[in-house]
Design a protein around this ligand. Structure first.
Ligand code: AMP
Ligand code: ZN
Length: 493
């Protein structure tokens, strides 16, 4: 029997505003779509948090035995500045700035995205489609919405008619907004505006002569509106209705609201059974964001190369830090918080290592079946990873007592404990045991002291070729040097 049949999983559905029992549309299978990154710059740690929340959810579904098709797209066209309907395409703007092809921008930052996620031990999604690879599908959807009379064309652009749609549908139901309030709170349209109502949004935009990212369409050369790609790709790979749609909270409105409107306009059906939204990572109490510059990059955390950090942190420490918060809660990043997570992470890894070496007894002082179920209960309660981690630490406490000789464990229970810890720490939370290097720390510290000394001597002799060579070769090996006021320290990725 698949494990999920014995577990009662509840998820918080943003659409209903309630925790609901999770029942997939097709037994055994789950279709899950998550809005991916707009690849015009490096992903910051905030972006990683949202993707990591869904990586954890994907991992748990897989662990329970579901066959999951997880689609996470790459936005490589149509996302305009300020998420607006007018203005420059974020990718085209960057291409102009750097004097390269837009597709070079896309390639560069897609590679960065993959490398970063790999360092953080993400599982790859089942399908990673791109907006530019689905222009035909997007045009077909626009034709359908036009045919239904819920969109209109003006000068080569096509807009979704929110007011018309609202006559028979509830626009705003996901984000809890009312169309009347939206209308009351928006400015009047100016004479040059093409839209009939300020709430209408672009399905297709006419490309002005200087716009480089353009495709032919029945309405002339142009490009798709940002919201359309997700409707096209989720429908293509998961069907007209699918189980889970995820993304950051900031995408609820307008992006996800518009996705619902587009799909309902085409099919008359609600496209998604459970809408899941991940909360924001903040820095200095404010949302991390590419546009404000209030952000930190994963590479800075791995190298310690940022003024707010006292040292470098291993990728699994970052993962542990993220998993210590519930995915629907705001999480603030700070050096103190990372230091505390690092301590906790090593305590867990040390205990898991120690468990292998403990002596076997004839009885167990620890009710393993009950403890294991508590771990599942935490995850079944809308993926409550902080509670799960609290239970893992309960096991750590017992392991330490067994190691001291105060408690005992049977051979059979030890095997169950090891297997359950491995399942939750590695398979579900996605941690890796990065303690190996730490265990060899005496040798490593000695070798590093020597190399740092040789580098300092080279610098004192103005032999920068040698000092750079030491630093660069260490970087290739995954060891970062950090020069600070108290000398040079190092970190291992
Ligand atoms: P973008 O590349 O801007 O389209 O964003 C990619 C994903 O990152 C979206 O799901 C956003 O909701 C999410 N995101 C952006 N900023 C943050 C943040 N500070 N914390 C968590 N998620 C974020
Ligand atoms: Zn999307």
């Amino acid at each position: 029997m698949q494990l999920y049949k014995s577990q009662n999983l509840k998820v918080y559905n943003s659409l209903s505003g309630k925790k609901e029992i999770f029942e997939p549309i097709n037994e055994d299978h789950i279709g899950m779509y998550v809005c991916g990154p707009t690849v015009y710059s490096n992903v910051h740690l905030g972006n990683c948090r949202t993707f990591m929340s869904f990586d954890m959810i994907f991992r748990y579904f897989k662990h329970l035995g579901y066959k999951v098709r997880y689609v996470r797209n790459i936005t490589d066209a149509g996302h305009l500045e300020n998420d607006a309907d007018d203005g420059e395409d974020k990718i085209a703007k960057k291409a102009k700035l750097e004097q390269i092809e837009p597709m070079e921008v896309v390639q560069r930052y897609t590679v960065d995205f993959h490398n970063t996620l790999q360092k953080l031990n993400f599982l790859p999604p089942s399908i990673e489609p791109t907006a530019t690879g689905h222009i035909i599908e997007q045009i077909e959807i626009i034709k359908e919405i036009l045919e239904k009379g819920i969109a209109y064309e003006v000068n080569g652009s096509v807009y979704f008619d929110v007011v018309k749609f609202s006559e028979s549908n509830d626009y705003g139901k996901l984000s809890g907004r009312k169309l009347e309030d939206m209308i009351a709170n928006t400015r009047e349209l100016s004479a040059q505006d093409e839209k009939r109502n300020p709430q209408d949004f672009a399905l297709w935009k006419r490309a002005e002569p200087q716009h480089i990212m353009r495709w032919p369409s029945p309405w002339g050369d142009g490009f798709p509106g940002w919201h359309l790609e997700c409707t096209a790709m989720s429908t293509k790979y998961l069907g007209e209705t699918f189980d889970i749609h995820g993304g950051g909270m900031d995408l609820k409105f307008p992006h996800h609201e518009c996705e619902i409107a587009q799909a309902e306009a085409c099919t008359g059906k609600s496209p998604v059974k459970y809408w899941l939204h991940a909360n924001m990572l903040t820095l200095n109490g404010k949302k991390m964001s590419k546009s404000t510059g209030n952000n930190i990059y994963p590479s800075e955390i791995f190298s310690g190369d940022n003024d707010i950090l006292s040292k470098a942190y291993a990728p699994s420490v970052v993962r542990f830090f993220m998993m210590q918060a519930h995915y629907t809660s705001i999480l603030d990043l700070s050096d103190d918080a990372l230091l505390a997570s690092e301590k906790g992470y090593y305590r867990l890894m040390d205990a898991m290592d120690n468990l292998e070496k403990v002596k076997i007894g004839s009885t167990s002082d620890f009710d393993l079946a009950q403890w294991k179920q508590k771990c599942y209960d935490a995850m079944n309660d809308n993926f409550n990873t902080p509670i799960l981690i609290a239970h893992l630490f309960e096991a750590v406490k017992h392991i330490n007592l067994i190691k001291e000789g105060t408690e005992t464990i049977t051979e059979e229970d030890k095997a169950i404990l090891q297997q359950t810890l491995n399942t939750f720490a590695y398979d579900v939370l996605g941690l890796e045991n990065q303690v190996v290097v730490k265990d060899d720390s005496n040798t490593l510290d000695g070798v590093m002291d020597l190399l740092i000394e040789l580098r300092n001597q080279a610098r004192a002799n103005k032999d920068f070729a040698t000092s750079d060579q030491i630093r660069d070769k260490l970087t290739v090996l995954g060891i970062q040097l950090k020069d600070g006021k108290d000398g040079t320290s190092f970190s291992v990725n």
